[in-house]
Design a protein around this ligand. Structure first.
Ligand code: RB5
Length: 147
């Protein structure tokens, strides 16, 4: 199950991504926003990030105008590795090497075709583990040292 959310800047692209998820019969929950009215991306990022960090949802997709504000916000939640991507190579490699659990992108940056391909790669690519697991553990160590 996928958790998906956007602010107003990502609203239209989120609708298009959800259409594609429907076609693929991939289950998701839409955490909003539910129209084009202006909202603050942190208010969407937090519930999606919590839903993924708790293990209730397997992965997340977050979209704002650039993908940046919403990814910075999501990464404040312990256990979240949110990657802001605008190319297929990064969307695949952030799964293989970073075990990213949320994919972020910008509705004012990428088009629907590229977004769909990035989501497809992000959802189907496995984490490679090995030396990358050691590096992921060091990210968790940084979190644990924060007061
Ligand atoms: C909203 O206008 C815009 O700032 C937001 O969607 C995002 O791009 C911020 O990083």
């Amino acid at each position: 199950m996928i958790a998906i959310g956007s602010d107003h800047g990502g609203y239209d692209l989120k609708q298009s991504v959800m259409e594609w998820l429907d076609e693929q019969k991939i289950q998701y929950k839409d955490f909003g926003t539910f129209d084009r009215n202006s909202v603050d991306y942190a208010d969407i990022a937090e519930p999606v990030a919590n839903a993924v960090a708790s293990g209730e949802y397997e992965k997340g997709i977050l979209i704002c105008g650039t993908g940046i504000g919403i990814s910075i916000s999501a990464n404040k939640v312990k256990g979240i590795r949110a990657a802001c991507c605008s190319d297929c190579y990064s969307a695949e490699m952030t799964r293989r090497h970073n075990d990213a659990n949320i994919l972020c992108f910008g509705g004012r940056v990428v088009g629907p075709g590229l977004a769909q391909k990035m989501v497809e790669l992000f959802l189907k690519t496995e984490f490679e583990g090995g030396r990358h697991a050691r590096r992921i553990a060091k990210i968790a160590d940084i979190e644990s040292r924060q007061k």
